[in-house]
Design a protein around this ligand. Sequence first.
Ligand SMILES: Nc1ncnc2c1ncn2[C@@H]1O[C@H](COP(=O)(O)OP(=O)(O)O)[C@@H](O)[C@H]1O
Ligand SMILES: [Mg+2]
Length: 296
Amino acid sequence: MATRLSRHGHEVPAQHHRLITSPMSRPPPSEDILVRIRGLKFYRGQRAIFDGVDIDIPRGGVTAIMGPSGTGKTTLLKLIGGQLTPDAGTIEVDGQEVHALSTRELYRLRMRMGMLFQSGALLTDLNVFDNVAYPLREHTKLNPSMTRKLVLMKLEAVGLRGAHQLMPSELSGGMARRVALARAIALDPMMIMYDEPFTGQDPISMGVLVQLIRRLNDAARISSIVVSHDVAETCEIADLVYVISNGKVIESGSPQALHEGGGEWTRQFMGGLADGPVPFHYPAPGLESDLFGESA
Ligand SMILES: Nc1ncnc2c1ncn2[C@@H]1O[C@H](COP(=O)(O)OP(=O)(O)O)[C@@H](O)[C@H]1O
Ligand SMILES: [Mg+2]
């Protein structure tokens, strides 16, 4: 593969997709790469979900992976987390090649990767406190008073210390997601992967989550990966956006650069426009033959 050297001397691959460079709205994160994906291929049956994808996720920033539903965003997080194995290519997290690790090493790496999955359900028969304490009790030998301090600090970080005695059934959807977030940061991970964090939230809790992701990223120095199809919210917090579709990275850059300089497809996706290169209609035979022709 053709490579060139970045100004810091790291080898970087030739970009196959459009890389849009423009001044970032925030200071650029360090050049240091937390997750490095090279030549990723992953198939489901005959279908290539990823067909040769290169992605660099910088340390210390909020990186968004955006694309339409069904493009493979959740799949990508599972590949990064080692729950799925690539058919080709490599994924490095914090310098370790995820799929070359022993089970024990992978387990240790995973403890440092917080994940907030869409279905990140709380344990319904445990209260908020015990839900957040769960990973600490499972993975550490901290004494009860230390556990209590940590749990309350994590709940404080998501604004829910006062709710520690509530049961999950007593929480709103937005609160439940924040408790899940407190649980995800219980072990002080180096990164958090958010899967569609805004889906199904009302505008207020959406705004709270947007701020929270940014705040945790900056205050706790947790690198963030947000996969989402919610363009507006995601662009509000992302330093860097990768747009994926049909197994490829189509474009990457700052949200502003993609809005202003993105290609036709990206502008349709970012603008939520009905008309553009992505047709409204799923391929179908003519309406008339479907309605009045012989039934299949
Ligand atoms: N366990 C599975 N078995 C077969 N196909 C799957 C499985 N999980 C996901 N897929 C398919 O892989 C594609 C990508 O899925 P996913 O990563 O969930 O997309 P996204 O998160 O972008 O909406 C979809 O077409 C989906 O139907
Ligand atoms: Mg998904």
